[in-house]
Write a protein that binds this ligand. Structure first.
Ligand code: FES
Length: 343
């Protein structure tokens, strides 16, 4: 049996996610809720129900800001809606209600091989991935909601450029990890998490700026701050990934290394495999020494499966037909310390 027996499919999407069942709250809010839930249950930061009943909503907001992070108007509105929706007393008594909003955590023991397909389910050919496409192409890996940029990087004339392997530094702790470079006919195709490593903004807030802006005589784009533009120019970058939420900038041709903060972590990459005989692209794994997808404890855990997984067993469906043992494909995460630890 060749390893191609292990391939499973995922949707390949342009600018928008597919129509598969979605979490009932946005992923950013889900991440926030998970952290809030953890703090509310923690002995050291336990949520004071009595104070909440006395002071009401303001205490809840203040608690969330002190223990989880700043509330922008959108997040505040979300929490307000949650209080109204489930009732103040339910919030006070709790946390099970937030559990209801949360989905079960799942973790898989190894990364699946997933063939990238278009919205009709047909395998995408590497030679058909548009060079420097500003309408970012996205796919989900390794699980539902883990959205990922797929970029065919090129120069200002839209000729694909070879993306060599690189050593990427994590500014947060100085650690380094290996980025394997691009794949495809020109070694120019790369994939990175599309969830900003600062506070988790997603497309369209985080997006790709193609080389037209950085070529000699190029005009800086309106939404790219001067410091980010200058930093990219001084590094000689052809393009950047920039997050409009708070200004983080990443260099896709350097393994999505950090160009400007506030992020202190690069975007983790998804390792791709290009089958030169078919021109098909596969997502195969993530680097466990790179930062994990924001909001996860590891890149092998998430909230829900892709539709190509068997929901009863957690295994990729084609893996099952290859006589894999279903019970070994995943386990439910029962507590924060029960997740896969990278080596
Ligand atoms: S979430 Fe992207 S810069 Fe803050």
């Amino acid at each position: 049996m060749t390893k191609f027996n292990y391939f499973v499919e995922t949707r390949f999407i342009c600018d928008t996610m597919d129509a598969s069942p979605r979490p009932i709250v946005k992923k950013n809010d889900l991440i926030f809720l998970r952290r809030l839930l953890h703090k509310m249950r923690d002995e050291k930061t336990r949520f004071d129900q009595k104070t909440f009943v006395e002071k009401g909503r303001d205490y809840f907001y203040d608690y969330a800001e002190r223990n989880v992070g700043p509330l922008d108007p959108t997040r505040r509105a979300f929490l307000k809606g949650m209080i109204i929706g489930i009732g103040a007393l339910a919030v006070a008594s709790a946390v099970p209600v937030i559990d209801y909003l949360n989905q079960p955590q799942i973790y898989i023991k190894s990364f699946p091989w997933i063939i990238l397909v278009d919205t009709d389910g047909n395998p995408i050919k590497a030679s058909q991935v548009q060079v420097n496409n500003p309408a970012i192409m996205l796919f989900q890996y390794p699980m539902e909601g883990d959205i990922t940029f797929l970029l065919n990087l090129g120069d200002e004339n839209n000729n694909p450029i070879k993306i060599p392997p690189a050593e990427v530094t994590i500014p947060e702790n100085g650690a380094k990890y290996h980025f394997p470079g691009g794949v495809g006919p020109s070694n120019s195709i790369v994939a990175f998490s599309a969830i900003c490593q600062h506070l988790g903004c997603q497309p369209p807030e985080i997006h790709f700026y193609p080389p037209t802006y950085f070529a000699p005589g190029g005009i800086p784009p309106d939404f790219l701050p001067p410091n980010a533009y200058q930093a990219a120019k001084s590094l000689g970058l052809h393009s950047v990934i920039h997050c409009d939420c708070h200004g983080s900038t990443y260099a896709p041709e350097l393994g999505a290394t950090v160009v400007t903060g506030p992020t202190v972590r690069p975007l983790p990459y998804v390792k791709l495999y290009w089958d030169s005989s078919t021109d098909f692209l596969y997502a195969t794994e993530m680097n466990l020494h790179a930062p994990v997808i924001l909001g996860h404890n590891s890149d092998l855990e998430s909230f829900a499966y892709l539709s190509s997984y068997n929901t009863q067993t957690g295994c990729p469906q084609q893996l099952l037909s290859a006589n894999e043992t279903p019970s070994e494909c995943y386990s439910i995460v029962r507590n924060e310390g029960d997740t896969f630890q990278s080596g």
